[in-house]
Unconditional design. Structure first.
Length: 109
């Protein structure tokens, strides 16, 4: 398995956990997400993968890491379950459209 694939999966999982926990946008830095959202036991496995990623070529391969596979499976399930309870705000464009039209009218005068 390509090492990068783990990070392609882990980043959105950690970002989703951040958003669900803190109700704000997640940090851009993966290290900040890891620090805030990963348990120590999992973090050590991710640290090993980070080291591999730095040492291997771009398409470097890694054996599957079962503890990470299990973590990913559990967290995806948790996120899906929590997402069911998020209230969705009704978004309309009316206010923005009205504002835009008022700006256009001002510039026509």
């Amino acid at each position: 398995m390509r090492v990068k694939k783990y990070f392609y999966v882990l980043r959105p999982i950690l970002a989703a956990k951040w958003i669900l926990d803190k109700e704000c946008p997640p940090p851009m830095l993966f290290s900040e997400l890891m620090e805030a959202e990963l348990e120590n036991s999992i973090r050590s496995e991710v640290d090993k993968l980070l080291k591999m990623k730095q040492e291997l070529p771009e398409m470097g391969l890694s054996p599957r890491v079962q503890v990470l596979n299990d973590y990913i499976e559990v967290e995806l399930s948790n996120i899906k379950e929590k997402a069911k309870f998020i209230e969705e705000d009704e978004k309309t464009w009316n206010l923005l459209n009205d504002y835009f039209v008022s700006l256009v009218k001002l510039n026509k005068k």
